[in-house]
Write a protein that binds this ligand. Sequence first.
Ligand code: 5GP
Length: 194
Amino acid sequence: MKLLEDRIRKDGVVLGADVLKVDNFLNHQVDPDLMLAVGKEFYNQFKDSKITKILTVESSGIAPALATAMSFHVPLVFARKHKSLTLKDDMFTATVYSFTKQTSNTIAIAKKFLSADDKVLIIDDFLANGQAVQGLTDIIKQAGAETVGAGIVIEKTFQKGRKMFDDQGVRVVSLARIAAFEDGQVVFADEQDA
Ligand code: 5GP
């Protein structure tokens, strides 16, 4: 998605070897027009899949997930993160290792918001090693629901997530695909292929 790649070039800041900071438009300040465009694009990609629910993890996934839910006119449910959780019967839970924070969290979704007849689209801001999306697919499985696919705003193709979901047969659509960071600059996968 050119609009997104242009914005990443303009406002993204490369931190170290493998982290991109995008707090100008996605992770802290949020650009609503860009989010609307992101939501519409995910709608175009998944509109034939009879999606009934959008799932994400708080907090960075919520902005693009809400924009997507608005295009589909279906509910958004965001998993809540807990450092430690007394397991409750009314919650589906999964353990997720955070790539950026290097800690494990339990993510939880109330059982009343996910059921066996749901067809679910997962939305997240980044795909790195795939832990967040994997946690959500685990929860969807616990509910007996179907994971239709995952819509990712920014994928880093050099980390493990993409291969993991390709191997599992989970459809992943990413709007910007970063192949590498070189000298503090972003190299997109489509530039590398060209
Ligand atoms: P994964 O679970 O795929 O390893 O990592 C995805 C999660 O980690 C995302 O939800 C996002 O919050 C965070 N994350 C991973 N890589 C980056 C990055 O380069 N920049 C930012 N801002 N967040 C990231």
